[in-house]
Write a protein that binds this ligand. Sequence first.
Ligand code: PGA
Length: 263
Amino acid sequence: MEVIITSSYEEMSRVSAKIIASEIRKKHDLTLGLATGDTPIGTYEELVKIHQEEGLDFSKIKSFNLDEYVGLAPLHKNSYNYFMRENLFNKININIANVYVPQGNTEDPEEYCKWYEKQIENCGGIDLQVLGIGRDGHIAFNEPGSSFASRTRVKALHKQTLEDNSRFFSSIDDVPRFAITMGIGTILEARRILLIANGERKADVVAAFIEGPVTSQITASALQLHTDVTVVLDNEAASKLARTEYYNWVRDHKHLVQKMVGR
Ligand code: PGA
């Protein structure tokens, strides 16, 4: 796991956008896994800037979002579909026909989840998956106790997640109790993973998933089982890590490290 500690939310956003842009430049028809939440907003702003100023081309990109609230229609203001259009899709030249966000108001969630997995497969699998992390350690909506073998499915949300996400709704009772989410098994099949986190409130869980044991109680710790994970943090989210000196040495000697280990 590569851990890059940056000095601020802005720098975290710039570094992560550069990683995504460089993957798109390497493969113009990349399949990109996307996340929602406060964390990636700055990264998406930076990507829009790179698109506008440097002509980064999204026209052949396919994208799959991690999750969506059950019961919310794509046009609902609190849906993740709406979030993605507002923060990214409407501002770049992505072909909307190549965009997949789980449909929260589907009639048959079980069948729909199978279909969603099939679309990922038909697109050749996810090349780069962007992730945030919840305070309970979730990636996507894989709440504590989720199986590491799980696929896209409906998951009940934990109380802490409902509380954290209630800021977007008029009250906690309005937050949907269920979400459609890619599984841990789905996420681990992505060829490369980029997790971003910022702020002091994420510091404990960031230390736990990077330096603690692999456990389904912190589902992000499953990323320790993947061979190509980059974590980009601001200094607050990194503040409880024990091996900071090592991560910084590797970051500052990137050319040497790449020469030695070949990546
Ligand atoms: P946040 O959510 O970016 O709004 O903190 C992250 C998550 O719950 O995965």
